[in-house]
Design a binder for this molecule. Structure first.
Ligand code: AMP
Ligand code: ZN
Length: 114
């Protein structure tokens, strides 16, 4: 997607704080962190959100969750705990329409979310 900010991060057209990448996934630090660790994990391919994911992308979605767990290990928040959030469409407050898991940790997170 030519006008997608997160696609531009993946293509390295715009610099960002990359923390992980592989053949299918890309991860970088959120510009407005809501916790000491706030990382966004995205697919390299443009998928607008979970509602737009196809059956063929189910393995990709699973891989992205594994990447969240792997980054949490590397960031040292595995045993203290962390939360993975996937906002979808208006009521969830989705603001960037390239699917992204938020990996949040490094502090106590309240429940329920706002
Ligand atoms: P959401 O509201 O779930 O769509 O999340 C979008 C996230 O992208 C927010 O947490 C923003 O802070 C983050 N974000 C927006 N622009 C940038 C950017 N240029 N670099 C890193 N994170 C960004
Ligand atoms: Zn995109």
């Amino acid at each position: 997607m030519a006008e997608c900010l997160f696609c531009k991060f993946v293509q390295r057209e715009i610099p960002t704080q990359v923390v992980y990448e592989d053949e299918h996934a890309f991860a970088f630090r959120d510009i407005n962190p809501q916790a000491p660790v706030h990382i966004l994990v995205i697919p390299r391919v443009h998928v607008a959100n979970l509602a737009e994911a196809t059956p063929e992308q189910s393995a990709l979605l699973g891989h992205l969750l594994w990447v969240c767990a792997e980054i949490a290990r590397k960031e040292g928040i595995e045993s203290s705990g962390y939360r993975v959030v996937l906002n979808t469409n208006r009521d969830a407050g989705q603001s960037v329409y390239h699917l992204h898991f938020h990996l949040l940790g490094g502090r106590h997170l309240t429940w329920p979310p706002g």
